[in-house]
Design a protein around this ligand. Structure first.
Ligand code: GUN
Ligand code: FE
Length: 424
């Protein structure tokens, strides 16, 4: 838990998809790692606490990256002329095979952890590879950053190079149990998450094993869902008895309900899949940059949001090549406008306000009371100097936050806190 302290600045946070609060030159109080409130005048009871005055910088909740692949950071910005299945075969799987080698893995994961630490993200749900040793190293590296993360050793036993198929379902399950034993009690803000890669790479036998492990260890689950049309067709062939793609996870209790689950992408989910995700409380990780790069399509995010589904944003590194969730907010808005104009005139585009909500409180909710400055929420905050966006106008805090999302590369993050810990 962090110390008790106060930040002063121009503060902005979401309480819901359509409700953005701002306070100019306000005070935000951190008590025992939690937000005690945002105030226009500092209440008497807090007057003894140390204050850092940011001098009018923007203070917003820490961002959540609900879906990314740490081992893919090495080849970000490369190879995205292909669609998903060819990209996996030609770029992703060959790269991930390299994480057997701990000298490569440690070098790669040190860079990844440093860069994530220096991004505006305070929470992340991370895929590693199938390799236990490298996954444990990644968890150590992330723990040291102070960020709050879920990390998954990936499971796969088919439709991939032999070196990534873990010697079959039983061996994959055994290695997963060993990983969980190894890390038990070792970390305070780095937690395990069960990670079947996706249906094409996991046999029914493996899914059955993972179902048992999920129950025994009471783990959350992360995976991929309905990202690409060829993938969706392939899943129909592999599991004809499933009513739809998500049902193939649900049959094994790996689709929310009994425990939390994140499904990345959901570009091609139909109404049945949507309904099941709602019933089961599945979190959808929307990854607009990846969906553009791999020509996957445009997820109907506005529909998910207005239907009350749980939504967060993901970079999907290295389907996406940028770690900034500010950028993902902007891209979520932009692709939703193209979808509206080109695909479905009945589905309005996302607003920036909604995208800000999804990237903060929406994704943060996977971690509990996270991603807002309401009283009792975890003190996750980023302080942004937006003076790089030069203007002659005097702007409201709300307008400055809008511009920060649109031109985040012109802003500088000057501080970041997770659970009240100063991260950078
Ligand atoms: N589906 C299965 N594996 C992957 C992956 O590594 N990235 C993306 N974007 N989709 C996947
Ligand atoms: Fe992914």
């Amino acid at each position: 838990m962090g110390d008790n302290f106060i930040l002063r600045g121009d503060i902005c946070w979401s309480t819901g998809p359509d409700t953005m609060e701002t306070v100019r030159n306000g005070w935000i109080v951190c008590e025992e790692g939690k937000c005690a409130g945002v105030f226009t005048r500092l209440p008497e009871q807090y007057k003894g606490l140390p204050v850092t005055d940011t001098g009018g910088q923007l203070i917003v909740p820490g961002l959540t990256d609900l879906h990314l692949h740490a081992p893919q950071y090495t080849f970000r910005g490369m190879g995205t002329d292909l669609e998903l299945l060819d990209w996996l075969e030609n770029h992703t799987f060959p790269e991930e095979e390299r994480y057997e080698d701990m000298s490569y893995a440690s070098k790669a994961y040190d860079i990844f952890a440093q860069d994530l630490k220096n991004s505006p993200t305070t929470r992340a749900c991370v895929f590693a590879t199938v390799h236990r040793e490298a996954t444990e190293y990644l968890m150590e590296a992330l723990e040291q950053t102070g960020l709050c993360t879920y990390v998954g050793k990936v499971n796969m036993d088919r439709n991939a190079p032999k070196a990534l198929c873990e010697g079959g379902a039983a061996a994959s399950a055994k290695e997963t149990r060993r990983w969980l034993e190894d890390i038990r009690g070792r970390f305070s803000h780095t937690r395990p998450i069960l990670t079947p890669r996706f249906v094409p790479a996991c046999s029914d036998e493996l899914m059955g094993e993972l179902a048992k492990i999920r129950e025994e260890w009471n783990l959350p689950v992360q995976s991929h869902l309905s990202e690409n049309q060829s993938e969706v067709e392939w899943v129909k062939e592999l599991m004809p008895e499933a009513e739809f793609y998500g049902d193939a996870y649900d049959r094994f209790g790996l689709f929310g309900g009994a425990g939390p689950a994140i499904m990345a992408h959901c570009v091609w989910s139909d109404d049945r899949e949507m309904g099941r995700m709602k019933d089961r409380g599945v979190h959808i990780a929307h990854c607009p940059q990846s969906n553009m790069n791999l020509s996957s399509g445009i997820a109907p995010v506005k529909k998910y949001l207005s239907s009350g589904l749980r939504l967060g944003l993901g970079s999907d590194m290295a389907g996406g090549y940028h770690l900034s969730i500010f950028r993902a907010m902007l891209e979520a808005v932009q692709v939703s406008k193209l979808r509206w104009r080109l695909v479905d005139q009945d589905l309005a585009p996302l607003t920036l306000k909604e995208a800000f909500y999804i990237g903060t409180k929406g994704g943060g909710s996977f971690f509990g009371k996270v991603g807002s400055f309401e009283k009792g929420y975890a003190f996750d905050a980023v302080v942004m100097d937006d003076r790089g966006i030069r203007t002659a106008r005097d702007l409201s805090v709300k307008a400055r936050v809008e511009r920060m999302i649109c031109m985040s590369e012109q802003c500088t993050m000057t501080a970041k806190y997770a659970e009240g810990r100063r991260i950078c």
